[in-house]
Design a protein around this ligand. Structure first.
Ligand code: ATP
Ligand code: MG
Length: 723
């Protein structure tokens, strides 16, 4: 090889012996099996630089990883190593963008033209919806999203959903839709996301010319986060590496967290079968975390039965004990996190802090607590709570309940979930209102009377107007949280999500549960609906730019491969981590335990584990037992904060939500007098200023020590006398 562009001595100086061996082993198959923070990704980036330093053409180097963020990170690290000498770049990418690159060159071999379109999730949904309509399938039972998800699963499991036909009603429908779906994509010269993996694989397996080209072109192939590749991805790299056999894969079986997407840890072990001459390198030194953090991580993961034992050591200092904070509830949890960040950020930038949770819905209290203190944050890989579709939908319903003339809210929800009210009908009604200068509420009624719509559309719109009328009525009778719960049922919104049965729908349901939890705060507030809507509309991001010094909020899944000096893991309870859906299988529980391990091992210096005693769950306060993973941690590694008697200077916990409704029905109404000291489960202590109204509409005005004046409806109020 000709002289390189970099000084290899310098490059190798920053590596330990095992890493150096891995970096300099550039021919033949290589398996690097090593724990978190041991420098696996560092080996890949140094190996790329080393190859180039040895004069290898960057074009023949391919490094694949899992997420765009990881690919970006890798690119930056290589760029840094190569400094000025960065000329042509090696191929660093995700599996999907690599697949796209292959198809842009060879899709014509499969009958596509090279300018094909790529359909994303929402495009796919539109296609499936149309097919269901065309086939006259009951789309309440077979929802487009449900069918789409079933197609994806079947494709991963057996390659061809067409073969599902034998498996009952669902199988038959899915198989039939899939046939039409393929035809549609073909006709429109389009591919979907899964095709970006499956079609290149097909080419590699069946098209000699393409196989030959790819095998020749990529002399060196590397795969990071190898434990999370699925079978078709594994087959792609295996075939591509058949000729040169310079395939280097790095992974950690303790960090396999994507089996729900078809990833299979066994691929790691298959590697040694398919490449028997493979050299295996193990890295045992962790450079990322303190001794204490590393030990905590090991104690958690070692209880898994389906693992190969490996234990990391580190030369890093022992560090602080891990802090376990036991919060009273999710608000206390969020406040604790925010106040700790405030305190610690006097000495370090906000970019040092990350907060991890299991499900997206858990970010809401955290976002609010940070926003209240003016601490900038970014939510990675997800939308902020109030920007989420389902939250916006429900808030739109509430706006329409509150104000029948709200045109935007009407447009948003009139056909969500689908009621067969099309855009044409909506346009006609709005046009009718405009021409008659009628506000929407009145215009709708007149339009329905006047017969400006065809009878089917008229009937559907009529039911919607009746439904909204009923809801308006109910909103006056019920506390807000109960009302939203009722609204989700009456509108069919919840049912539509439940029937979808996808992971995404599950997460939407969780967000709605969270929204009801927020609403509980307004249950006994006069004009609670109005205040609630305002809060949702005002909860706009502090800083959309995503740049600058900020705290990072993300799910445990998206934290893979990253590292932060200070990490908070919240929601360390049974039902959250491990997640409720995984409690009934050993494999599921072990995957959750690995996820917990992934979270812990992101921390470099300080780790906080936070759990709460109780949480609002669909507006009701429920106790959650501590996560079983906490039991694995030896006492001496942990410092417990909070939770003890007398610690939180906060009002005592009393029943909230529906539970509270029940207790109200039983007890005799309390009489409030000016000057009475009272306590409210959410607003805390305060003093009664006076009452107004009588009977059902009796209200009490209270000035709270912390949040100021509130007018509460006595019928719903959860006030107690202080003391
Ligand atoms: P994960 O399993 O979480 O993906 P990893 O094995 O890929 O972890 P890296 O991210 O490559 O680990 O490395 C962890 C940290 O340790 C990084 O900050 C890296 O720069 C540092 N590091 C790794 N090896 C060395 C070394 N030999 N000398 C100094 N720092 C190192
Ligand atoms: Mg890594």
């Amino acid at each position: 090889m000709k002289k390189g562009i970099l000084n290899t001595d310098e490059l190798l100086a920053g590596l330990n012996e095992a890493q150096r061996e891995a970096v300099t082993t550039v021919s033949g198959p290589l398996l690097i099996l090593a724990g978190a923070g041991s420098g696996k990704t560092r080996v890949i980036t140094h190996r790329i630089a080393y190859l180039m330093a040895m004069g290898e053409d960057p074009e023949v180097i391919l490094a694949l990883t899992f997420t765009n963020k990881a690919a970006q990170e890798m690119r930056e690290r290589v760029m840094y190593l190569l400094g000025q000498d960065w000329r042509r770049s090696p191929f660093l990418s995700t599996f999907h963008s690599f697949g796209l690159w292959v198809l842009r060159r060879f899709a014509h071999h499969l009958g596509y033209s090279l300018d094909f379109n790529v359909y994303d999730d929402s495009d796919q949904l539109v296609v499936v919806r149309d097919i269901l309509k065309e086939l006259d399938v009951d789309d309440r039972r077979f929802t487009p999203r449900g069918v789409l998800a079933a197609m994806g699963r079947a494709r991963l499991a057996q390659g061809n959903p067409g073969e599902l036909a034998a498996e009952g009603d669902w199988g038959r429908v899915v198989a039939q839709v899939y046939g039409h779906y393929r035809e549609f994509l073909r006709l429109h010269n389009a591919v979907d996301f899964d095709d970006l993996i499956f079609l290149p694989l097909k080419l590699l397996e069946e098209d000699e010319l393409v196989r030959d080209f790819l095998q020749r072109r990529f002399r060196h192939i590397m795969v990071d986060e190898y434990q999370d590749t699925n079978t078709p991805q594994y087959r792609i790299v295996r075939i591509m590496a058949e000729k040169h056999r310079n395939l280097c894969v790095v992974g950690d079986d303790d960090q396999a967290i994507y089996s729900w997407r078809g990833a299979d840890v066994r691929n790691i072990f298959l590697f040694e079968r398919d490449f028997p001459e493979a050299k295996v390198v193990r890295l045992e030194e962790n450079y990322r975390s303190t001794q204490t953090i590393l030990e905590v991580a090991w104690h958690v993961v070692k209880e898994n039965t389906l693992r190969k034992e490996k234990r990391l050591y580190t030369a890093n200092p022992k560090g602080e004990p891990v802090v376990l904070y036991v919060a009273r509830d999710e608000r206390d949890e969020a406040n604790y996190v925010a106040s700790k960040i405030q305190e610690l950020s006097r000495e370090r930038p906000l970019s040092h802090f990350a907060v991890f949770y299991r499900t997206n819905a858990q970010s809401r209290p955290l976002e609010e607590a940070l926003a209240r203190r003016g601490i900038p944050y970014r939510v990675v890989g997800g939308l902020r709570f109030y920007d989420r579709k389902e939250v916006k939908d429900v808030v739109a319903y509430l706006r329409l309940v509150e104000n029948p003339d709200d045109v935007l809210a009407f447009r948003r929800v009139v056909n969500v979930p689908r009621r067969g009210i099309g855009d044409r009908t909506i346009e006609r009604v709005l046009e009718f209102c405009r021409r008659g200068s009628l506000p929407l509420g009145e215009g709708l009624e007149v339009a329905l009377e006047a017969g400006v719509l065809p009878s089917v559309s008229r009937a559907r719109l009529f039911s919607f107007v009746v439904l909204m009328g009923e809801l308006r009525e109910a909103s006056r009778e019920m506390p807000l949280s109960g009302f939203i719960d009722h609204l989700l049922d009456r509108t069919g919104y919840r049912k539509a999500l439940e029937e979808e049965g996808t992971v995404e729908a599950q997460s939407r349901l969780e967000n709605l549960r969270e929204l009801i939890n927020v609403a509980v705060e307004y249950d006994d507030v006069d004009e609670g609906l109005r205040e609630f809507i305002d809060r949702a509309s005002l909860a706009t991001p502090l800083d959309e730019g995503g740049q600058g010094d900020m705290v990072t909020l993300m799910t445990l899944h998206s934290a893979k491969g990253l590292e932060f000096p200070v990490v908070f893991m919240v929601g360390m309870e049974e039902g959250f981590l491990p997640h409720a859906l995984s409690l009934d299988s050993l494999a599921g529980l072990e995957e959750e335990r690995r996820l917990c391990y992934v979270g812990i091992t992101r921390a470099q210096e300080i780790l906080f584990l936070v759990r709460t005693r109780t949480r609002l769950y669909y507006g009701r306060e429920r106790a959650f037992p501590p996560s079983r993973f906490l039991n694995s941690i030896p006492r001496e590694l942990v410092k417990v904060e909070g939770g003890g008697p007398g610690l939180p200077q906060e009002p005592p916990v009393v029943a909230r939500g529906r539970a509270a409704t029940r207790s109200r029905e039983g007890g005799a109404p309390l009489q409030w007098r000016r000057g009475d000291r009272v306590i409210h489960p959410i607003f805390g202590p305060g003093k009664v200023l006076g009452t107004q109204g009588s009977g059902e509409s009796l209200k009490v005005r209270v000035v709270f020590d912390k949040v100021g004046e509130k007018l509460l409806v006595v019928r719903f109020a959860r006030l107690k006398r202080e003391g």
